[in-house]
Design a protein around this ligand. Sequence first.
Ligand code: MD3
Ligand code: FE
Length: 216
Amino acid sequence: MRTADLFDTEDPQRAALAAGAVLLRGFALPVAQGLHAALHAILAQAPLRHMCTRGGFRMSVAMSNCGEWGWVSDRTGYRYTGLDPQTRHPWPGLPACFAELAQHAAAAAGYAGFEPNACLINRYAPGARLTLHQDRNESDLAHPIVSVSLGLPAVFQFGGTSRAQRTQRIPLRHGDVAVWGGASRLAYHGVLPLKDGAHPLTGPCRLNLTLRRACG
Ligand code: MD3
Ligand code: FE
């Protein structure tokens, strides 16, 4: 079967979240096991770690990266780097199954020709959360961000382009893919503290992939 045939681009399980943002429920289910196996290999090369914010706070979400560029944060702030500061090696390559999923999801959401070169891997253990923030560190904001949820469900918070605007709460489940482009690209968003649980594929955690075009 061709990779393209794995993804149902006519799926009615799609919801417009906001201008430019599309949620594709279950879009990654056909490839979830393959993604998880590839993740395992990546994390053996570039281990998950708790980064620090510029303010010196340890992030509750554990992170790593694959692709040409990786997102890192420390006491000097956050940025994209070509080398993993912990191993001093390049980040592991972006697996074809990650890139193909992101391309197909972006196309299904109306963003043809998306070629990600960075993937941030977020691991949430019970209690881990991501406070409300904007993603504005990528040089070209015309490219969408594709996010893939695996494992335990989470409640995603999604607001407007100012922090004060009210937020909606959206449950994100195993296999869901969301595409964030256009007017939603600079929307404030976050993840509420993860609830306890066990998932057959990931065990007691949630894994989230965000695929981006960073540094051109
Ligand atoms: C909306 N990750 O890594 S994915 C992040 O579930 C991040 O780990 C969350 O926010 C997670 O920066 C949320 C959904 C997401 C990702 C990027 C966005 C939503 C977005 C960028 C702009 C608007
Ligand atoms: Fe974000």
